[in-house]
Design a protein around this ligand. Structure first.
Ligand code: PLP
Length: 374
């Protein structure tokens, strides 16, 4: 059996009527950039998050650095985040001209460890940028508490967790801005690139709107700005898909529970940790080998069995060639948990359109590996 890692085409076939109708509406409207479909989707996205504003931008990376820039964070400033995340989290910080400062992650959730943040704060620190890694919220209550005490802004990099929740908090509630990626492989993905910033801060919203559109909020009048907009065709696709995001996330949770039950008792692997009371939406279902040396063996074994398993992310940001890129990045203290995560992680296929037979096949093959692993 072959089990793919993504279900993009299956999802398109399931939602074809709604997606095609929206695409058709945009094509017939004659308005393709900053048109009515974008406006509609921005309204729907803000309503979904329970925030006042949402602004569509070109991609999730731009969402982070445009939010940073709109908040006045740039050269000479430091932003604290983690190194076991997609490269773009740090990339966005130095595109804004600031320095990424990495602290360690929690060994179980793999999100930023709030207990490690305080020691990394310097007079230059301006922002905390937690990542809701794999689709599970970081400990936002502790992060907000630290931010208040040290007068820092908080930006949630929520490229991976749309629809996730904390126990007592929603995404967007305890931060200054939340950034989203709509690249196809994310839970809410368009057929291409897209991103957004959601916020309750009117000034921030207005500033990002200006920055994304050549510094213009009035025809022919410009200040410093860029071109980073969410096209109306993508907004139409996303508007159709947003209606199904909760059902899709519920189905991911169902498959995660099936993986959990099917893999219970394995000897050589650690299963994902879902924090009690949190709604983890399993953008990725990541298991870890106990021994770093076993990771590539497991990955190869699964691939040989037709299972398209992957790693997120096998090379942590500070392990990439060229680190620390001048003054762009630095590590605050040892980060063993993030390094271990990079060395041991394996992502199993996870998307709503999987079948029970596919999930069971993956479970059977992972168990087979586990039994023969020394
Ligand atoms: C995908 C991702 C991004 C970047 O989003 P793009 O739309 O690809 O620019 C940023 N941060 C995290 C954690 C991501 O997973």
């Amino acid at each position: 059996m072959n089990v793919e890692f993504y279900g993009h085409v299956r999802q398109y076939h399931n939602l074809k009527a709604e997606i095609d109708a929206n695409l058709h509406a945009v094509l017939e409207s004659g308005q393709y950039v900053m048109g009515p479909m974008l406006k509609r989707f921005e309204g729907e996205l803000a309503a979904y998050h329970g925030t006042k504003y949402a602004v569509g931008v070109g991609n999730g990376t731009d969402a982070i650095w445009l939010a940073l820039m709109a908040l006045g964070i740039g050269p000479g400033d430091e932003c604290i985040t983690t190194t076991n995340t997609f490269f773009a989290t740090a990339e966005a910080i130095w595109i804004a001209g600031a320095t990424a400062v990495f602290v360690d992650s929690d060994p179980r959730t793999h999100c930023i460890d709030p207990a490690k943040i305080e020691a990394a704060i310097t007079p230059k620190t301006k922002a905390l940028i937690p990542v809701h890694l794999y689709g599970q919220c970081a400990d936002m209550r502790a992060i907000r508490h630290l931010a208040d005490r040290h007068k820092l802004v908080v930006i949630e990099d929520n490229a991976q967790g749309i629809g996730a929740r904390g126990d007592t908090f929603r995404i967007g509630e305890l931060s200054d801005a939340t950034t989203i990626s709509f690249i196809i492989q994310k839970n809410l993905g368009t057929f291409g690139d897209g991103g957004a910033v959601v916020t309750n801060n009117a000034q921030l919203d207005a500033q990002v709107r200006k920055l994304r559109n050549h510094g213009s909020d009035k025809r022919s009048c410009h200040s410093y700005g860029f071109n980073s907009r969410l096209d109306d065709l993508h907004a139409g696709i996303l508007s159709a898909k947003l209606k199904h995001i909760d059902a899709g996330n519920d189905q991911r949770r169902t498959w995660a529970a099936r993986y959990d039950a099917g893999l219970r008792g394995v000897q050589h692997l650690t299963l994902p940790h879902a924090r009690p009371g949190y709604r983890h939406i399993y953008h990725l279902y990541v298991i870890e080998t106990h021994q770093p040396a076993q990771r590539d063996v497991l990955l190869q074994f699964l691939q040989d069995q037709g299972i398209d398993a992957k790693c997120h992310y096998p090379i942590a940001i500070h392990q990439q060639a060229g680190y620390p890129w001048g003054k762009a990045a630095r590590i605050a203290g040892p980060i063993p948990n993030s390094e271990r995560n990079a060395a041991t992680c394996v992502s199993l296929p996870m998307f709503p359109e999987l079948t029970a037979a596919e999930v069971d096949y993956v479970i059977a093959k992972v168990r087979e590996w586990d039994q023969q692993a020394g």
